[in-house]
Design a protein around this ligand. Structure first.
Ligand code: GLU
Length: 447
């Protein structure tokens, strides 16, 4: 059987063995359907069942997270940590706290993380975790008690050489602080390298907070460069208003673009003069308010409740909110409105049908596992600094991040060309990431 014929069979087995986990199926399909030519070139990958092994996590933890709310009532959440691959380094990937979290979400994210982390060229394996706990509207005390309980159940599975979580949706600097404090307390070790995304005041890396958003913009810059285009003077929309979106907006503005819209789960704000980032940061990061509060500070901006951000004409669109937020019709509208580049700051934000529209239209499209790899890459730089008990400057770290994003872009671009799909970053990213993991798996034998 030809390697490429095996793919269909492998995907069928994944669906059968992981019933109901639709986001995981989607993430697997998107990767394996691009690997046929690689398998044809490397029969040893088929013989050693590398794809079948990659699709089965090395380990999956599911645990109870009991906590008490401010009224003293006992609440029970479910915690997850899925270690997908540790052939290139310790398990590495964020924690997501969101009511939509279930095993299928964590597995899609963990699966993507294997290839994303391999793409960075740094020594990190792939993992993801989180909980169906909903942080929205919770007090500081409730967040702290939840994080402490979560860590109490998970700590014995973590370690700087074993598994190194970080943030994702619903987990930022505050949560990492509570998680780290509890880990330190239980283990009696100041093990800085066990978590990343820490505050620079106590072991965190400068630029980590900005890295995912900045990196997505650096990747966009590279995609445009090969087309003899640039970011300066472009009109942009950025979905979301969390950590990734805010710093994508910041870097776009620094590079001379105008960001006219962003969003949260309640709706969209449009500010034709360009989003005022100081006000947006104040609303979202300091006061943790809904995005409509922005309009109170900027009377001539507009808030559209439940609006669709992809209706707004732009040259550059950065989906930085969540999975499957940009569908086929959205993609068509973006292309019709003159969009020239889409880079994903979020994980899997574009549906497969949406991706097809971008590819058929021939616009620059950067999939998340390449375009948003700057976050986890800077986490690996944080681990480096922790291991050497050092702290780098902002400028040095940002320069490293930019180089890493340039390298990822170049590797994806050249590999897509090598496989006869010039300009297709999906194929490039999947093949580069897969080959790195595959070579290590072959070297290690059947484990
Ligand atoms: N959650 C981020 C991601 O999706 C970062 C993970 C990390 O820094 O470990 O890549």
């Amino acid at each position: 059987m030809r390697g490429s014929d095996r793919i269909e069979q492998i995907y069928g087995d994944v669906v059968r063995r992981n019933p109901g986990e639709i986001e995981f199926h989607q993430a697997v399909k998107e990767v394996v359907e691009t690997l046929g030519p690689v398998l044809d070139k490397h029969p040893e990958y088929v013989e050693h069942k590398l794809i079948e092994r990659i699709c089965e996590p090395e380990r999956q933890l599911i645990f109870r997270v009991p906590w008490q709310d401010d009224r003293g009532e006992v609440q029970i959440a479910r915690g997850f940590r899925v270690g997908f691959s540790s052939v290139l380094g310790p398990y590495k990937g964020g924690l997501r706290f969101h009511p939509s979290v279930y095993l299928g979400i964590i597995k899609f994210l963990g699966f993507e993380q294997i290839f994303k982390n391999a793409l960075t060229g740094l020594p990190i394996g792939g993992a993801k975790g989180g909980s169906d706990f909903d942080p929205k509207g919770k007090s500081d005390g409730e967040i702290m008690r939840f994080c402490q309980s979560f860590m109490t159940s998970l700590y014995s599975h973590l370690g700087e050489y074993t598994d190194v979580p970080a943030g994702d949706i619903g987990v930022g600097g505050r949560e990492i602080g509570y998680l780290f404090g509890q880990y330190k307390r239980i283990t009696n070790r100041y093990e800085s390298g066990v978590l990343t995304g820490k505050s620079p005041e106590w072991g965190g890396a400068l630029v980590r907070r900005e890295a995912t958003g900045y990196g997505t913009v650096f990747f966009t810059e590279e995609m445009l460069k090969v087309r003899d285009q640039g970011i300066e003077g472009r009109t942009c929309v950025v979905s979301g208003s969390g950590n990734v979106a805010l710093y994508a907006i910041e870097k776009l503005q620094q590079l001379g673009a105008k960001v006219v819209a962003c969003s949260d789960s309640s709706g969209v704000i449009i500010d034709e003069r360009g989003v005022d980032l100081d006000v947006l940061k104040e609303v979202k990061m300091v006061h943790r308010q809904r995005i409509s509060s922005y309009v109170d500070h900027h009377g001539d901006s507009k808030f559209i409740a439940n609006g669709n951000i992809w209706d707004i004409p732009c040259h550059i669109a950065l989906p930085c909110a969540t999975q499957n937020e940009l569908g086929e019709e959205d993609a068509r509208r973006l292309v019709a409105n003159g969009c020239i580049a889409v880079a994903e700051g979020a994980n899997m934000p574009t549906t497969p049908q949406g991706v097809r529209v971008f590819q058929e239209a021939g616009i620059a499209y950067g999939p998340g596992k390449a375009a948003n790899a700057g976050g986890v890459a800077t986490s690996a730089l944080e681990m480096q600094q922790n291991a050497s008990r050092d702290a780098w400057t902002f400028e040095h770290t940002e320069r490293r991040l930019r180089e890493i994003m340039q390298n990822i872009h170049q590797n994806c671009f050249e590999t897509a060309e090598e496989f006869g799909s010039a300009g297709n970053y999906v194929i490039g990213a999947n093949i580069v990431g897969f080959r790195r993991v595959a070579q290590a798996m072959l070297a290690f034998g059947v484990i």
